[in-house]
Write a protein that binds this ligand. Structure first.
Ligand SMILES: Cc1cc2nc3c(=O)[nH]c(=O)nc-3n(C[C@H](O)[C@H](O)[C@H](O)COP(=O)(O)OP(=O)(O)OC[C@H]3O[C@@H](n4cnc5c(N)ncnc54)[C@H](O)[C@@H]3O)c2cc1C
Length: 536
């Protein structure tokens, strides 16, 4: 197959134009074109009045080598790379020890799936409930202010990505094409096939729920065992080697390999690991607010007269501003046509995040407007970042009136440094509700100062971003893990053999796709180690 990149066609092109463009680009006549598939479709909206679709297309012809020779100096034509996923090993028939996977977020699910596909019959332990029960508990907070610390947006089947926008782009380097394996498995589990080729794929919450169930069924059909409401409360380490896990119900499971895919909110688990002497260090993360604007404002700014075009969908944005006080403020986890959600995993805390459905047709656009912070801001202890998060989240709970409402302020009032008393034209989407107040005490002074500088700067890029009635809610603290559980080149913990820190919680991923890719890498490392040990 040949790959053509940067094939640029107008937004409203007819289907037949793709074929014509391929023939033109390759200098072919139609009878030599056997087939073609779209590998990627992106949007070039730099000029909003003249938007193009940019294709990467894989083409089957009867004369690949001839074309390559003739067009050897065209940088946009090459052989299609082989992205087929191949297992690194297979489980021995007499498998002597089953690996344990902690967590069923994207990282744990993919580690478990790959291990199961190789025949290692993993045991998967998840503190939360299966996804349908978990959905009821999550809605309990959103609709009735009833919070369950073991079953919520962070904890339960599918992990933190389940109630999300399901954005699947990542900037990780992926020379082995693991991302392709992830997307292919997602499609098998029910994701729309377009995630395989649109440049910024997303799935949406509703579909994610049934996909997670389908992946569970696949893992079980391959001999994996998934246990819900099975929180790991301790890890048995003997002479620097893991020997098993202890569950909250007192049960012990013996094992020599643990995939630790607990996500960034498993604060109690981080503490246990730290107490057991597992090497952990503090890591940078970000703090800030969610901001909501009318989606129509973002669409008009990004797409002009093309706003609302079905090929374009709801517009997104990505913003960054470097402030005079040395801080950087950026937009995080932007959710076009979505809602702001209550995302705490601890009682008496308020945390914001964002999600959307596949259709992305809610009235508001939201994103985190967050400030990067580093261990210099929370020095002296590897777990100090967690304590900072807790302080901010507990204070947000107080500012919000101690009912799980989020404290909120209109952007105009935030910039003018006065409390908000009434909403304007933008109705915030956060449930159970928004309690208007003054957010200036919700974050450290340097962060407030940075955000006050950044919002007007963002307005220069998106006209209306600093509109008076846009709504800020807080606090956004779970942007990434506040710790890193460092690992060696063989993916095992720096000082604990058999422990494989993985995914976002360990500081090795920052989203659904990167967490899933990390899960695949970890599964391979675990599998190879088990086979090596058994051959000894
Ligand atoms: C509301 C929201 C929206 C998001 N939107 C997006 C998006 O659109 N795109 C994107 O790429 N990313 C998004 N993210 C981030 C993404 O969800 C995470 O990066 C990703 O889920 C991390 O995967 P993970 O498997 O490493 O950890 P997690 O998904 O956090 O999974 C960890 C799992 O471990 C379980 N667990 C924790 N401790 C224990 C224990 N002691 N014993 C047993 N089980 C335990 C938890 O219950 C959880 O199920 C969003 C996150 C949230 C909260």
């Amino acid at each position: 197959m040949l790959r053509i990149t940067e094939l640029k066609l107008p937004l409203d092109h007819p289907e037949s134009m793709i074929k014509t463009a391929i023939l033109d680009r390759l200098g072919l006549s139609a009878e030599h074109l056997i087939n073609y598939t779209i590998f990627r479709r992106g949007i070039d909206a730099r000029n909003r009045d003249s938007i193009f679709l940019i294709y990467t297309i894989d083409v089957e012809t009867d004369n690949e080598q001839g074309i390559l020779k003739r067009l050897h100096d065209d940088p946009h034509i090459s052989l299609t790379p082989d992205t087929t996923y191949r297992f690194v090993t297979r489980a021995p028939m007499d498998l002597s020890s089953r690996p344990v996977v902690i967590g069923t977020g994207p990282c744990g699910l993919f580690a478990a799936l790959i291990l199961a596909q190789m025949g290692f019959r993993p045991v998967i332990l998840e503190r939360g409930k299966e996804v349908r029960e978990r959905t009821k508990d999550t809605f309990g907070l959103w609709r009735k202010s009833v919070f369950n610390p073991e079953s919520n947006v962070q904890f339960g089947e599918g992990g933190a990505g389940t109630f999300s926008d399901g954005k699947l782009h990542t900037q990780i380097k992926d020379p082995n094409h693991y991302g392709r394996k992830v997307l292919t498995e997602f499609v098998k589990a029910g994701a729309p096939a377009e995630i395989l080729y649109v440049s910024k794929p997303h799935i949406g919450t509703f579909k994610l729920v049934s996909m997670v169930e389908q992946m569970r069924a696949t893992i079980e059909s391959l001999g994996g065992e998934i246990r819900f409401q099975s929180r790991v409360d301790d890890i048995d380490i003997d002479n620097g080697q893991v020997r098993g896990v202890k569950l909250a119900n007192g049960e012990t499971i013996r094992c020599d390999h643990i995939v630790l895919a607990v996500g960034h909110s498993a604060r109690d688990t981080f503490k246990v690991l730290y107490d057991r002497g597992v090497y952990i260090e503090a890591k940078p993360f970000s703090i800030g607010f969610r901001i909501e604007h009318p989606q129509s404002l973002i669409d008009a700014c990004r797409f002009g007269k093309n706003a609302g075009h079905p090929m374009l969908g709801a517009a997104d944005y990505k913003l960054v501003h470097h402030c005079r006080n040395g801080r950087s403020v950026y937009s995080f986890c932007m959710c076009p046509g979505g809602t702001v959600v209550a995302a705490t995993s601890e009682t008496g805390h308020v945390v914001t995040n964002g999600m959307s459905q596949y259709s992305r047709n809610e009235r508001n656009a939201n994103s985190g407007i967050v400030v990067g912070i580093t261990p210099d801001d929370y020095p002296d202890h590897p777990l100090a970042g967690i304590e900072l998060q807790r302080r901010l989240e507990a204070h947000a709970f107080e500012l919000g009136g101690k009912t799980y409402e989020a404290p909120g302020q209109l952007v105009g009032d935030f910039l003018a440094q006065r409390p908000s008393v009434a909403l304007g034209s933008v109705q915030p989407s956060y449930t159970p509700g928004v309690h208007l107040c003054d957010l200036s005490s919700a974050l450290p002074d340097y962060a407030i100062e940075a955000i006050r500088e950044a919002i007007p700067a963002f307005d220069k890029k998106i006209k209306g971003f600093a509109m008076h009635d846009a709504v800020l809610t807080g606090v956004e603290t779970r942007t990434s893990s506040p710790v890193r559980i460092k690992r060696n080149a063989d993916y095992q913990s720096l000082n604990t053999k058999g422990l494989y820190p993985a995914g976002e919680g360990a500081g090795y991923a920052g989203g659904i796709l990167s967490a899933a890719v990390d899960g695949i890498k970890i599964a391979e490392a675990v599998a190879l180690d088990i086979v090596r040990n058994q051959e000894k």
